[in-house]
Design a binder for this molecule. Structure first.
Ligand SMILES: Cc1cc2nc3c(=O)[nH]c(=O)nc-3n(C[C@H](O)[C@H](O)[C@H](O)COP(=O)(O)OP(=O)(O)OC[C@H]3O[C@@H](n4cnc5c(N)ncnc54)[C@H](O)[C@@H]3O)c2cc1C
Length: 125
């Protein structure tokens, strides 16, 4: 797993709910392909962080992460949120593999904030 911190003036315009993902344009030989990555966390002022799993036989996404260096430029599409937590839920159950851990732990952290701000509420990890 490798973490990438993305910074730039446009980040302040992005809105990320817990569990959101972004589509990143990564190089694949002579062309560009799209890969989807969940947002680990996002601070419009500081950075948007991705956590990307490295695996055997990886494709363009893995190659991009391994080759990334400070100062590299990247194009990404605005965040999308197909899954997120429901703050009204009494319980949350998070189940996933290594890749799924990124959005699930982001949602788990957000659920913890709801627990702190509103009782009764429980979450299961
Ligand atoms: C909504 C969504 C959110 C995602 N969020 C994340 C995230 O936060 N972090 C993250 O790392 N990935 C995430 N992914 C997966 C990511 O989009 C890529 O599929 C992954 O990085 C592999 O891309 P690649 O170009 O390296 O490999 P590909 O070109 O897609 O595949 C090349 C080879 O690697 C194999 N492979 C692909 N993924 C894995 C894997 N996880 N384990 C073992 N073998 C694999 C394929 O079977 C294939 O043989 C997410 C996907 C979706 C749909």
């Amino acid at each position: 797993m490798r973490e990438l911190r993305l910074q730039g003036p446009e980040l302040a315009r992005l809105r990320c709910s817990p569990g959101a993902h972004v589509t990143v344009s990564v190089p694949d030989e002579a062309v560009t392909v799209r890969r989807v990555y969940s947002v680990w966390d996002s601070d419009p002022v500081a950075a948007l962080r991705l956590r990307i799993a490295l695996h055997d036989g990886g494709g363009p996404g893995c190659a991009w992460v391994l080759a990334a260096r400070p100062g590299d430029e990247v194009t990404l599409e605005p965040p999308r949120s197909k899954i997120t937590i429901d703050p009204r839920a009494a319980y949350n159950l998070f189940v996933g593999d290594e890749t799924g851990a990124v959005p699930l732990l982001a949602m788990h952290a957000a659920a913890g904030m709801f627990v702190a701000s509103r009782a009764p509420h429980r979450h299961l990890a």
